[in-house]
Design a protein around this ligand. Structure first.
Ligand code: UDP
Length: 485
C-alpha cells in the first residue's frame, strides 16, 4: 500500500520553524512520508548557528522524512530583521512562484504528493492546492483565540472596530467562543489605524486562503481552548485539530536544534543559583524593542535585586544598532545576572534555579513555560502577544502583568514601561512563597497537568494527531484503489 506523502512548508521565522519541525517529525513517526520545506535563508542561518550541523540532514531526520529548500524571494544574505517590510513583502508576493516550481519538481520526482501542510500565514495554499489537485492543511502556530479573531475580521469591521477606533473603553463581545475582549487585547496589527502594510495584507489574504482549508492543525491543547475551538469548527465547517504542545528539546536528546542564533550554555551559571531564584527574560525571535526600553529593563532588573538570565538578541533594537545596554550595566550586574544572545530556552526553563519567566508572550514561549511549570510575567510587544497575554493573565491565571501602571497613562503601543515599575513587579513576581506566587504556581500546575495528559496515549493531542493521520492514510488508500480500479 502506498504511503501518504505530505509536503510541509515552514513559515520562515524562528517561532514557526520550531513547532513545524516537530509536527513534521511527529507525522513521520506515525508513518506519513514527509517532505519538510525550509527557506534557503533560514536553513543557512540554522546551520551557521549550529556550528555546521544541519537538523534537516537526512541522517538525522530518519527514514520517513526528507527536506527540501525554497526561496522566500530574497537573497540568502539579506538582513530580514533590519527590513521587516521588505521581508514580509517578499513572502507575500515573491515566494509563491518558487513554491510552485518546487512542487512541480517534487511531483516529477515522486512519490505522488497527497497534501500540503502550510503555515496559516502563507497567502497561497488555496491556489497551490488547486493547481496540483490536492487538499491543503493549514497549520496554526499561535493560540486559537488569535485564529478566531483573525478569522472573524469581518465582525470587527461590521462593529466598527477595524480599522482600530480610538474608544478603548469598548468591548468586543461578539467573537464566537471568546470572552469579551478589550480593544487592547487584540493582536497589535488590529490595533493600528494604517491597515495598508504588508502585515495587514498577509493577515487578510492568509485568512481568506485558510477558509478553504480541508483541515486546520494547531499547536495548542484542546482542553485549554475548547470553547473557541468548538465554535470555530461550527462556524467554519473545517475539522480543527489541536496537537500541541510541539517543541523539540534537542539538548536532552542529543539532537540538533533549529535555532537561528548561537546558543550559550548557561547551565553552569544556573547551577550556582538557589532553587526558583532566577528570573529568565526573553523577548523571542522577532520583536524589536526601543533602546530606551532596553535601558529601563536593565535598570529594573538591577533594582529588583533578583538573579536574572537575560536573552538579548544582537538585533533586539535593530541589527544596525550596537551598545544597547546602559553604560556600566555589565559591570554593575556581573554578580547578579547573565546577559546572552540566545539559549536553549527549554534547557533554561527546565533548570531548577529558574523561578519565573519574564516573557514577551510569544505562543511557543508560553507553551514551553507551562510545560515546564514556570509562571510568567507578561510583557507583550507585538502581534498575537497582547491576546496571549490576556489568556495567560486573565483566563488561566498563570502570569502576572508587567507594565499596567505605565500603560494606564500611555497609549499602549508607544508606551515605555519604566524601571521603577519593572523592579517592583519583578520583586513581587519572584516572591515564590507570597500569595501571588502560590496562586500562579498552583494554576501553572493545573495547566501543566492538562498538557501532560494531552500527549499521553489516549490524550487529546495524541488522538487528534492519529485522527488526522488516519484521514491522510485513508485518502491515500482510496486514491490508490481508484487508480487500480
Ligand atoms: N527561543 C530559544 N532561545 C532563546 C529565545 C527563544 O530557543 O534564547 C525559542 C523559544 O524556545 C521559542 C521560540 O524561540 O520556541 C520563540 O517563539 P515565540 O513564539 O515564543 O516567540 P516569537 O519568536 O515567535 O516572537
Amino acid at each position: 500500500m502506498s504511503s501518504a506523502h505530505a509536503v510541509v512548508f515552514m513559515y520562515p521565522l524562528q517561532g514557526h520553524i520550531i513547532p513545524t519541525y516537530k509536527l513534521a517529525t511527529n507525522l513521520a513517526a506515525k508513518g506519513v512520508l514527509v517532505t519538510v520545506v525550509c527557506t534557503h535563508g533560514c536553513h543557512a542561518r540554522i546551520i551557521k548557528a549550529n556550528n555546521g550541523r544541519d537538523p534537516f540532514a537526512q541522517s538525522l531526520m530518519g527514514s520517513n522524512i526528507r527536506s527540501a529548500l525554497v526561496s522566500d524571494g530574497l537573497p540568502q544574505e539579506f538582513d530580514r530583521s533590519l527590513n521587516h517590510d521588505e521581508f514580509n513583502n517578499a513572502v507575500l508576493n515573491k515566494m509563491e512562484s518558487h513554491v510552485e516550481e518546487l512542487m512541480e519538481d517534487l511531483q516529477r520526482k515522486g512519490p505522488p504528493i497527497s497534501c500540503i501542510i502550510t503555515d496559516t500565514f502563507f497567502v497561497w495554499p488555496d491556489r497551490i492546492a488547486k493547481k496540483f489537485g490536492i487538499p491543503y492543511v493549514s497549520f496554526w502556530t499561535e493560540s486559537v483565540m488569535v485564529f478566531s479573531i483573525y478569522y472573524h475580521l469581518d465582525l470587527l469591521v461590521k462593529n466598527g472596530h477595524y480599522p482600530f477606533t480610538s474608544d478603548e473603553s469598548e468591548l468586543i463581545n461578539y467573537i464566537p467562543g471568546a470572552p469579551a475582549l478589550k480593544l487592547t487585547d487584540l493582536p497589535s496589527y488590529l490595533q493600528e489605524r494604517d491597515i495598508s502594510t504588508p502585515e495587514h495584507r498577509i493577515i487578510y489574504e492568509a485568512f481568506q486562503s485558510a477558509r478553504g482549508a480541508d483541515w486546520i492543525i494547531s499547536n495548542t491543547v484542546e482542553e485549554l481552548e475548547s470553547r473557541t475551538i468548538q465554535e470555530l469548527q461550527v462556524q467554519s465547517g473545517i475539522p480543527f485539530c489541536s496537537v500541541g504542545p510541539l517543541f523539540q528539546h534537542h539538548h536532552s536528546k542529543g539532537e540538533v536544534g533549529t535555532s537561528m542564533w548561537v546558543e550559550s550554555d548557561c547551565r553552569s551559571w544556573l547551577d550556582t543559583k538557589p532553587k526558583n531564584s532566577v528570573v529568565y527574560v526573553s523577548f523571542g525571535s522577532y520583536a524589536h524593542v526601543s533602546k530606551a526600553q532596553v535601558h529601563e529593563m536593565a535598570m529594573g532588573l538591577l533594582d529588583s535585586k533578583r538573579p536574572f538570565l537575560w536573552v538579548l538578541r544582537p538585533d533586539i533594537v535593530s541589527s544596525d544598532v550596537q551598545d544597547i545596554l546602559p553604560e556600566g550595566f555589565m559591570e554593575d550586574s556581573k554578580e547578579q545576572g547573565l546577559v546572552v544572545e540566545w539559549v536553549s530556552q527549554l534547557d533554561v526553563l527546565s533548570h531548577s534555579s529558574v523561578g519565573g519567566f519574564l516573557t514577551h508572550c510569544g505562543w511557543n514561549s508560553i507553551v514551553e513555560s507551562l510545560w515546564l511549570g514556570v509562571p510568567m510575567l507578561a510583557f507583550p510587544l507585538l502581534t498575537d502577544q497582547y491576546t496571549n497575554c490576556r489568556l495567560i493573565v486573565d483566563e488561566w491565571g498563570v502570569a502576572m502583568n508587567l507594565g499596567q501602571v505605565s500603560r494606564s497613562s500611555n497609549r499602549m503601543r508607544s508606551m515605555l514601561v519604566v524601571h521603577q515599575e519593572i523592579a517592583v513587579t519583578i520583586a513581587e513576581f519572584m516572591e515564590i512563597d507570597g500569595q501571588e506566587g502560590k496562586r500562579l504556581r498552583s494554576n501553572v500546575g493545573c495547566v501543566r497537568e492538562i498538557m501532560k495528559k494531552a500527549v499521553m496515549n489516549g490524550g487529546s493531542s495524541q488522538k487528534n494527531l492519529e485522527g488526522f493521520v488516519d484521514y491522510l492514510k485513508g485518502r491515500e488508500q482510496s486514491r490508490s484503489l481508484s487508480f487500480t480500479a
